[in-house]
Design a protein around this ligand. Structure first.
Ligand code: SF4
Ligand code: SF4
Ligand code: SF4
Length: 265
């Protein structure tokens, strides 16, 4: 007997754009939870895990990677059209990724230095986040993403509710763990005050400053943190600008702060 529309399992799709696959691996790393998830949904398109593909439309699409080629720019519209809900996962998809560092310079210069045959490279001048191209229903930050946050987001969308992912800073997680502040106690540059929570303050727990891999928290005070780096830690404006230019360099708050610092250096 055919399944009725009421009992049909929702279809989940996972898509890769310009990325390293690390965020998709976070989903595979869910292991036991992934088996439970497979009971609840049809994993309809997830080429990192299986070549078997079920045709769309898809109830929920998870998109990894940035738009960095002309083909990416076309394909994301196909994915959007085939998806009822679209969630971007990771710094590449939400901020353009480390490959967006080229946005600050002339990409043709990089191509000529890095590749023996730059003429065969199909690269746009910029690497941009998915929401610059299509409507995105939710952005999950991190490089890579945190699997607990990912499971919460998938569960929320499958149950028709808003994900419970806090937009607080890494500092909040750090304080909750009772860690000694490496910025105050050791003078280590730490982007925790402006960085989105999710990792559980992994780096400060290893006595290292946060370098912002989860991207900007909601309404980050980047100006105040830069002043602290420069006035108290003795960093130069260009060193401080570089701190904002890593995996999330093209996110608006980090990009604007690095440009202000660059102008003043
Ligand atoms: S966000 Fe980081 S881990 Fe995820 S795909 Fe991009 S580079 Fe890889
Ligand atoms: S170590 Fe970093 S993340 Fe932790 S409280 Fe200090 S500034 Fe915030
Ligand atoms: S502390 Fe910062 S750099 Fe380290 S994992 Fe967390 S968000 Fe990433």
């Amino acid at each position: 007997m055919p399944r009725s529309a009421k009992t049909r399992k929702p279809k989940l799709a996972v898509w890769k754009f310009s990325s390293c696959d690390g965020c998709q691996l976070s989903l595979l790393d869910c292991e036991d939870e992934l088996l439970a998830l497979a009971d609840r949904v049809t994993i309809a398109h997830f080429l990192e895990a299986s070549r078997a593909v079920v045709r769309g439309p898809y109830d929920l699409s998870l998109v990894e990677g940035s738009i960095a080629t002309a083909r990416d720019a076309e394909r994301i519209h196909e994915v959007r059209r085939a998806s009822k809900r679209l969630v971007t996962i990771g710094a590449c998809a939400t901020a353009g990724g480390v490959q967006a560092l080229r946005n600050f310079r002339d990409v043709s210069e990089f191509l000529s230095v890095v590749y023996a045959r730059p003429d065969v490279i199909d690269a746009l001048e910029t690497s941009t986040p998915i929401d610059h191209h299509v409507k995105v229903d939710f952005e999950l930050r991190g490089c890579p993403i945190d699997k607990r946050q990912l499971l919460e987001v998938v569960s929320a969308f499958l149950n028709g509710r808003r994900p419970n992912v806090s937009s607080e800073s890494v500092c909040t997680e750090c304080k909750r763990r009772g860690l000694v502040c490496v910025l105050v106690a050791r003078g280590a540059p730490c982007l925790g005050p402006v960085t989105h929570a999710g990792c559980g303050a992994l780096c400060p727990a290893c006595q290292r400053g946060c370098y912002g891999c989860f991207g900007p928290k909601e309404a980050p005070n980047t100006r105040a943190l830069s002043a602290r780096f420069i006035e108290t830690l003795g960093a130069s404006p260009s060193e401080t600008a570089r701190a904002f230019r890593t995996f999330n360099a093209w996110s608006d708050p980090f990009r604007k702060e690095s440009e202000v610092l660059e102008e003043s250096s």
